[in-house]
Design a protein around this ligand. Sequence first.
Ligand SMILES: Nc1nc2c(ncn2[C@@H]2O[C@H](COP(=O)(O)OP(=O)(O)OP(=O)(O)O)[C@@H](O)[C@H]2O)c(=O)[nH]1
Ligand SMILES: [K+]
Ligand SMILES: [Mg+2]
Length: 443
Amino acid sequence: MPPALPERADTIYAPASGFGRAAVSVVRISGPAAAAALSALAGDRPEPRRLSLRRLRDPASGSLLDQALVVWLPGPGTATGEDMAELHLHGGTAVREAVLQALRSVPGCRPAEAGAFTRRAFLNGRIDLTEAEGIADLIDAETEAQRRQALRQLDGALGRQVMAWRDRAIDLLAAAEAALDFADEGDVDEVGLDAAQAERAACLSREIREALADGRRGERLREGFFVVLAGPPNAGKSTLLNALSKRDAAIVSEIPGTTRDAIEVRCDLGGLPVTLVDTAGLRETDDPIEAEGVSRTRRRIETADLVLHLIPADAPEPASLGGMTTIRVHTKSDLTTVRLPQDGALAISARTGAGLDALLDAIRQQAQASLGGDALVTRERHRDALNRAIVHLDRVASAAPDHPPELIAEDLRLGVRALGEVGGHVSVDNMLDRLFAGFCIGK
Ligand SMILES: Nc1nc2c(ncn2[C@@H]2O[C@H](COP(=O)(O)OP(=O)(O)OP(=O)(O)O)[C@@H](O)[C@H]2O)c(=O)[nH]1
Ligand SMILES: [K+]
Ligand SMILES: [Mg+2]
């Protein structure tokens, strides 16, 4: 079980819905004084888990605050695991502020800090860390694919898999500890894991490694797929950015060197989050500000998931931008038909719209290849912990016969701990206590 924190004695409250005007605004209350707070404002504590209409009054002055639907949610079967209450207010700013002000005067109540409700849900064992992250990602999800990934994680897809791996590592650890106990007794020679157990460690390590070989799809889906528009000045980069995003995001002019700072526009491309980045045109320049723009462009190209190399139809064939995934795009196709694009290049006119659908399709295909498919791991934090688990398991799997069993047990312990970090289950000793309670080693 995660450690209890003293803050749990407090009762917290916060608006659960967005700010600004709306039909309804929800205030949540969680903690031991939730019932008292509800009674103080609503006059009584209504029947549990039923929306009830009440007049809310300021407990100090008795003045009417709102007519609201309120609900009393006794713990521990609640989102936070604590007693909770919700006030469904009329969604005006003044109404909400008056109610929050009134709650402030209830003894033991204080405003919640960011993430406090989810934190309590975790501390009370209602959710693990991966589910907490799933909640955050679900709230942040801007596209369909992001929503589905967040929901999978909230549903426990990652948490369950890592727990299953951890259980297997704990079994190995229990066997190693048992071997150590025998060795202490002097009954048997000091031996580490037997060959079958070493093979099980290797197999576990292999499985985790396979799950990690996903091209960082899960992380990329959270971050978005970055498409950088690059090319010489006046290639039509800013015009294309505006056309693709259907927004007047970047300044367009016939003056070469118009764009200096990179301009990002987030788009939803068939459910996938794609960020288009307009950049300063690539050229040698004496203007220090433009030069800085050009060097920023080069950095954006290096970190891009996809580069659209824009080549104006009326310009000489330019040099390649380098090794990253690039689509060559011949722009201003309305001006001239002199140069037909060669293999792999597309021709577009942002002015007439010709070729834009084909370009969008090509971008969508690349994004799908990079982000598509269900990934288990969605954060660097998971990847880091799983990689550390692999290091320890590999050491166990490849240990020489005379490797000290204490060191094998220690590696397994660290492996179990690393796996536990993913879901926030870090206390190995508790697990072992429970495990050994039912573990007969013949003494
Ligand atoms: N005929 C034609 N003109 C275009 C097209 N796209 C852009 N232009 C013109 O080309 C000029 C340069 O366009 P920009 O979008 O500013 O080019 P850019 O690549 O962003 O230029 P810099 O920011 O200076 O590097 C403008 O006068 C545009 O109107 C097109 O498809 N057809
Ligand atoms: K320009
Ligand atoms: Mg520009």
